[in-house]
Design a binder for this molecule. Structure first.
Ligand code: FAD
Length: 421
């Protein structure tokens, strides 16, 4: 019998296990899938390295700083600027201190007229004071309402904020909680957006190193006994003093005998293209201000050397939601939108993958924090860890695992750490 079994080797489960092992506990992680990482996946196709969809790491996430060796991840920083595209018109908006090449274009851009640029500067100053986690507190409303209250013009909201934060929250209507908007805005100021050169899978792989993880083992049932928890798996019965359930919320509800969670799912869809070379001068994030299926795109081969074979490039396109189109129809519709950007060069693009993710995040509208799951469950020896206890994303998942471990360890510092800290 081990001290603790962790069910699920996503970021939450791995962070929980790592925290417990560091404190001297004997831990075994059981993962149903063929590899660690949960929703953080990387795969290769025709010599290209593709992440599951478009995923990035905010280096300012506090839990990331506590748990990951960033130098060992061989991170490649993405430029802190975006090219806003309306058909053939391109305007670059960036942080001129960190991307000096974007200065002139940012000043001239009418995507954010002067008054809106000043509002961004004021917002940046106001969000910079105090600890970042405090931005997740206080009254909540939608991001759209918040931006309206701050006086931003409709043009700025539709052409910049909607596609930029639509790419982060995977919905373009800015119905996401303004608290999260403020937190992410701060993360963007405090750190960089980066990806491991060899793919996002390097993150869970680093968390898993040194842990006892069994992949391909599905947990089917948990039974609480007087002195332990019996874990019924596809390998047979195992026993542990305590269990952390770090699966997706529906599976957790099934294992724990709880009602299905009411958080909802945000789906997203990605198309990856092989191309002879990027037509863009700089590897900046591309935002589609014209509306349509495409929200944002990134030339990953240009941004991250090594992701595409020699002499080729890789374009990853984000289509928020789950369009009701067959793969071939979706591909044709996305190509038609890309033709507005790149003309006939699109004919030379080869489709590498159409990736549909039914549950990329859980829905986080204003007030969502009051509906979050807790770590405690109906079973005394069993705790929950998952982004669904905090916020959707790498920070939420990692801090959740850390907190479940802190509860088992009786660590007062970890137990009292607020969300987002
Ligand atoms: C396409 C996409 C893009 C994203 N982009 C970003 C981004 O740019 N930045 C960011 O911060 N976040 C991003 N996220 C969100 C981030 O990936 C998630 O927040 C995080 O990975 C969630 O981790 P988790 O451990 O809570 O859950 P999961 O990753 O869902 O892990 C749950 C694990 O439990 C396992 N499991 C389930 N049932 C069982 C069972 N019965 N027995 C054993 N194991 C089981 C699953 O196989 C899985 O490995 C993105 C997500 C997706 C899908």
């Amino acid at each position: 019998m081990v001290d603790i079994i962790v069910v699920g080797a996503g970021l939450a489960g791995l962070t929980a296990a790592r925290t417990l092992v560091r404190a001297g506990r004997r831990v075994r992680v059981l993962e149903a899938g063929p590899q660690v990482g949960g929703r953080v996946r990387t795969f290769t196709r025709q010599g290209f390295t593709l992440d599951e969809g478009y995923q990035v790491l905010f280096t300012a996430y506090p839990a990331v700083r506590r748990h990951l060796d960033l130098a060992a991840l061989d991170l490649v920083t993405l430029p802190p600027a975006a090219a806003v595209r309306r058909g053939g018109d391109v305007q670059v908006l960036g942080d001129p201190f960190r991307d000096p090449g974007s200065l002139l274009s940012t000043l001239r851009s009418d995507v954010l007229p002067l008054a809106d640029k000043l509002r961004v500067a004021r917002l940046a100053v106001s969000l910079r004071s105090g600890a970042p986690h405090l931005l997740l507190q206080g009254p909540d409303r939608s991001t759209a309402t918040y931006l309206q209250e701050l006086g931003f013009s409709d043009g700025a909201v539709q052409s910049f904020f909607a596609p930029f934060f639509g790419g982060i929250f995977l919905n373009r209507d800015l119905s996401t909680s303004a608290r999260l908007f403020r937190y992410y805005f701060r993360m963007l100021m405090d750190g960089q957006i980066a990806v491991p050169r060899a793919g996002m899978l390097q993150i869970p792989a680093q968390l898993a190193s040194g842990l006892s993880v069994s992949t391909g083992v599905r947990v089917e049932r948990l039974v609480q006994t007087a002195r332990s928890v019996v874990v019924d798996t596809t390998l047979g019965e195992l026993e542990a003093g305590s269990v952390i359930v770090a699966t997706d919320p529906p599976t957790a509800a099934h294992l724990l005998g709880e009602p299905a969670p009411a958080l909802g799912s945000v789906p997203s869809t990605y198309l990856s293209y092989a191309a002879p070379r990027s037509p863009e001068v700089q590897p900046r994030l591309l935002l589609n201000a014209a509306g349509g299926l495409v929200n944002n795109a990134q030339w990953m081969g240009q941004a991250v050397p090594g992701r595409a074979p020699q002499g080729q490039d890789l374009l990853v396109v984000t289509v928020p939601g789950a369009p009701d189109l067959a793969d071939a129809e979706l591909d044709a519709a996305v190509r038609a939108e890309l033709r507005d950007w790149y003309g006939d060069a699109v004919n030379g693009f080869g489709t590498l993958a159409v990736t549909r993710v039914p549950h990329a995040q859980f829905a986080q509208p204003a007030g969502f924090a009051s509906r979050l799951a807790g770590h405690a469950t109906r079973m005394p020896g069993v705790l929950r860890a998952s982004e669904s206890t905090s916020m959707s994303g790498i920070q939420g998942a990692m801090e959740s695992g850390e907190k479940a471990a802190a509860i088992l360890l009786g660590d007062p510092v970890g137990m009292s750490r607020p969300r987002g800290a």
